[in-house]
Design a protein around this ligand. Structure first.
Ligand code: MN
Ligand code: MN
Length: 468
């Protein structure tokens, strides 16, 4: 063996997905990316993602849990929580006490929410006030076409679905920004302060109607338009959830079409690949679960976030239907023998901003699934630090199944940081590790992922269900 050969053998280095794929696999990768872009266009909110997941689940032989009077290996079922979470299950051949194999992703993404009382008129224009959701760079949300998605719950109990700005002949909305000619003061502020939260108001109208006795004729006209379209009054906004998201569709990016560019890829890239992988598995040994949760971007809180008891209650229901009842001991044994891939995105190295990354421990777009032993900030605070034993177990599954993967931290040590659902899953007392797809321009209206990495995430989740 030459020194060079020995060095190659001893050292660790990342691999590039595109170098490793056969032409058959490349075809599969491209068709997966096409299907994924369709999913992104249909699911721009957590509710829409759940609705689309239900539709796809039914096509793949899943039925609501309530429809099954008993359960056996191979059964495919799902649980829904408040139209914002879905938990899909494929019952395994082993006793459920041997543990569950869970892939968990989140389906909420940063956006602008309409305030409860949003509509106002100013200087001949009608606008909606917003309150941003999740960690956004506010300047990125101005001067782009926006759509409104969501629900309005009326006094009579009726629930109206709203989606304006997606069809080619729909109007869109926008947050206006200052012209550079008059932005001297604005441009000298920090990016944090250049656009203020209360300035993220979206333009919704400009034509007045009615007699001059009405002081706000543009607002009156907008209320009239809404009343005709949805039979609502201004008060109905108080019981609505209306989310403002980019109005453009998911696109291929690059002359070689290497990337997917779209809104909401954090974390729908992992949600979609998790869904697709549970659809495509045969009956596993351990019971397989795909869990899609809400509210990760604001701390996993509330009754639809990972901190909600929904997951635990659904698992208890599952045990009860399999075993006739669910006692504390059976539940605890099941959970502590379980393992979870917290499938969430990582930060891809950005050649425009090399200084925030430490290259040896950063993910690169195109180098495959990214495994993150820990996230956190300021000395691993709020990180779920996966054990060496569990990392090794997952590593072996990935390698045995020919999956190209890499490891990453979230940037340089003192640069910032962040968290995922992993710490809350870990709190339940099971092994968990973050793993997902590296993203460029994360949390922006147009996030970028590499198709090779999406494909590897799909293959990894499938391998995990099959082999763990
Ligand atoms: Mn995420
Ligand atoms: Mn995020």
């Amino acid at each position: 063996m030459t020194d060079k050969e020995l060095y190659e053998k001893l050292k660790y280095g990342k691999k590039n997905v595109y170098k490793e794929l056969s032409s058959e696999e490349t075809k599969e990768m491209l068709s997966l990316a096409d299907k994924y872009r369709e999913f992104l266009d249909k699911g721009k909110t957590e509710r829409e993602c759940v609705a689309e997941a239900i539709k796809l689940a039914k096509e793949n032989g899943f039925v609501p849990f309530e429809e099954k009077s008993e359960l056996k290996a191979g059964d495919r079922i799902y649980f829904i929580n408040r139209d914002k979470n879905i938990m899909l299950v494929v019952v395994g051949t082993e006793d459920i006490e041997k543990g569950l194999n869970i892939v968990g992703a989140h389906i909420d993404s940063p956006r602008l929410d309409l305030k409860q009382n949003p509509l106002y008129e100013s200087d001949g224009m009608a606008l909606f006030k917003t309150h941003y959701y999740g960690g956004i760079k506010k300047y990125q949300w101005t001067a782009i076409p926006l759509a409104i998605h969501g629900v309005i719950c009326k006094k009579n109990g009726e629930k109206i679905s709203v989606c304006i700005g997606e069809k080619d002949d729909d109007p869109v909305f926008t947050v206006t920004d200052l012209l550079p000619h008059l932005a001297k003061e604005q441009m000298s502020k920090s990016m944090l302060e250049g656009i203020e939260g209360e300035a993220l108001n979206i333009l919704v109208g400009g034509i007045g109607a009615g007699s001059d006795e009405i002081s706000e004729r543009v607002k009156f006209n907008i209320l009239n338009i809404l009343s005709i379209a949805y039979d609502i009054t201004e008060e109905d906004f108080l019981s609505a959830e209306l989310e403002v998201v980019p109005a453009f569709k998911a696109r291929n990016v690059g002359l070689d079409n290497a990337y997917v560019g779209a809104y909401g890829q954090d974390d729908r890239v992992c949600a979609y690949t998790a869904l697709k992988s549970i659809f495509d598995i045969e009956t596993p040994e351990r019971t397989a679960i795909c869990l899609l949760v809400d509210k990760e971007e604001i701390g996993s809180v509330g009754n639809t976030g990972m901190l909600s008891r929904f997951f635990e209650m659904a698992v208890a229901e599952l045990i009860a239907k399999l075993k006739g009842s669910c006692d504390m001991v059976t539940y605890n044994r099941t959970i502590s023998a379980s393992a979870c891939l917290s499938s969430d995105v990582g930060a891809a190295f950005d050649p425009n901003y090399p200084s925030v990354s430490e290259k040896n421990n950063n993910a690169f777009a195109g180098n495959g699934l990214v495994l993150m032993k820990y996230t956190g900030a300021r000395g691993k605070s709020e990180a779920s630090d996966a054990s060496a034993e569990f990392v090794s177990e997952i590593k072996t599954i990935l390698d045995n199944n020919g999956i190209i993967w890499q490891t990453s931290e979230l940037g340089k040590v003192d640069q910032g940081g962040g968290g995922t659902i992993a710490m809350y899953v870990g709190n339940l007392n099971m092994d968990v590790i973050d793993c997902g797809v590296p993203v460029l321009s994360m949390h922006s209206p147009f996030e970028i992922t590499a198709k090779g990495d999406i494909y590897m995430a799909y293959k990894a989740y499938k391998a995990f269900y099959k082999d763990r």
